[in-house]
Design a protein around this ligand. Structure first.
Ligand code: TRP
Ligand code: SF4
Length: 399
């Protein structure tokens, strides 16, 4: 079973180079390595945009087009929209019943965002539930890996706790231990012995590696039923069956894309270059970028480490160009406009194929809709399977 990767993005308008270097390039790699589900988290956008819901629709399609334009390949990854898969909402509701308020209140993004976005009034039920909805997004597909930035790690950690609590409440079955032991016998002598050793190292000595080795061992078993696999996975850790597996955060390496002012590139700082930026506008934005303030006149030497343009060189330039900048800046051998030329060229070259592909999708909105329709249909099958199982173990099959 190839591992499932799941990640979502809130539709916040057209994507920019920060999204490309920070997130999408990572997705491009992952789509070759795993079964990837990438989705538009439009319900998550509602938690902050509930007064101005009109902005969401356009952003949804702009975002999908930008994903496709950078090379997310619908033949490899599955793309969909959260609100088209109502199972996310059902699981969110069911999980909300047993989620302690304190778990949500202590998530750092809760207070931080309320402070930061004061004008939006985020003292709402929906906003408190933001990370729990995210947990439902992940658990409804039993995703094992969740690529996220640093700010989202706490949400994946919450998801693990939610899964553990769920399994603890609803993964109990009569005679669990006996059934688990029967399953061990079915593993064959060698595997059974190894399994028992690993379980012991984990439970008695707390060796985490023994747990992951044990899980891998169970995953590779061929002639064991799905139910028994769940028992074996659960028994490795404790006394319950694993209904909802705990996901792992895949921390996206922080190739921080600087903005035009040297701070992180972000729409709220108004320092972005969008993926659909016209070439003339790219050029203008770079040409008017601030540089080291010490370089008042062309003849004043400067220090690249005090200049946001240098940060761009670190992303876009090779060693030869970088040493040309270092020497030329410190000796006043080059001017700032000259120094910016290779950056302009590199960004235009990077954006050209993206914009060409975006143009094709903009001209054929039907093809974009078809890709999404297909993705929604595919993931819905997986999500409804999980919900069948969840309703079953919760005792809700009386309809
Ligand atoms: N909260 C994420 C963000 O703001 C978006 C998101 C929603 C997400 N659901 C998810 C990311 C599930 C990963 C998995 O970036
Ligand atoms: Fe910045 Fe380049 Fe000007 Fe130096 S020469 S201050 S690195 S733009």
């Amino acid at each position: 079973m190839s591992q499932r990767v799941l990640s979502g993005m809130r539709p916040t308008g057209q994507l920019h180079l920060g999204h490309y270097h920070g997130v999408l390039k990572n997705w491009l790699e992952l789509q070759h390595q795993y079964q990837c589900y990438f989705f538009v988290a439009d319900w998550h956008a509602l938690t902050t945009e509930y007064r101005n819901t009109k902005v969401i629709a356009q952003s949804v399609w702009d975002m999908v087009i930008d994903w496709l334009a950078v090379g997310i390949n619908p033949g490899e990854a599955t793309l969909f929209i959260q609100s088209r898969v109502p199972e996310h909402a059902e699981l969110h509701l069911l999980l909300s019943m047993s989620t302690p308020l304190s778990w949500l209140e202590r998530i750092p993004t809760y207070k931080d965002q309320q402070e930061k976005l004061k004008e939006k009034d985020l003292a709402t039920y929906g906003f408190l539930g933001y990370p729990l909805l995210q947990s439902a997004d992940i658990l409804v597909y039993k995703a094992s890996k969740v690529p996220v930035g640093e700010d989202q790690v706490a949400h994946v950690e919450l998801t693990r706790e939610i899964a553990r609590r769920f399994n603890h409440f609803y993964g109990r079955e009569p005679n669990f231990e006996k059934k688990a032991k029967d399953a061990i016998r079915k593993m064959g002598k060698k595997n059974a012995k190894l399994y028992k050793q690993l379980r012991k190292s984990y439970q008695e000595h707390g060796i985490d590696e023994a747990l992951s080795t044990g899980q891998a061992l169970v995953e590779t078993l061929q002639n064991v039923s799905l139910g028994d696999k769940k028992r074996l996975l659960g028994y490795l850790e404790g006394e319950t069956k694993t209904i909802l597996p705990e996901p792992e955060a895949l921390l996206t390496p922080t190739a921080k894309m600087p903005g035009l002012d040297g701070q992180k590139m972000s729409k709220s700082y108004n320092n972005t270059i969008s993926l659909r930026e016209e070439p003339a506008s790219v050029e203008k934005k770079i040409r008017t970028m601030r540089t080291d303030p010490a370089r008042v006149r062309r003849t004043d030497p400067g220090s690249p480490e005090k200049c946001p343009v240098w940060q761009f060189h670190q992303i876009y330039s090779n060693e030869v160009v970088k040493s040309w900048v270092q020497n030329g800046c410190r000796s006043a051998g080059i001017g700032c406009i000259e120094c910016k030329q290779p950056i302009i060229k590199a960004i235009l070259a990077e954006l050209a194929p993206i914009q060409e592909r975006a143009k094709r999708y903009i001209e054929e909105p039907e093809s974009v809709k078809a890709i999404i329709a297909e993705g929604c249909e595919e993931v819905r099958a997986a999500a409804s399977e999980t919900l069948e199982e969840v309703r079953q173990v919760m005792g809700l099959m009386y309809r």
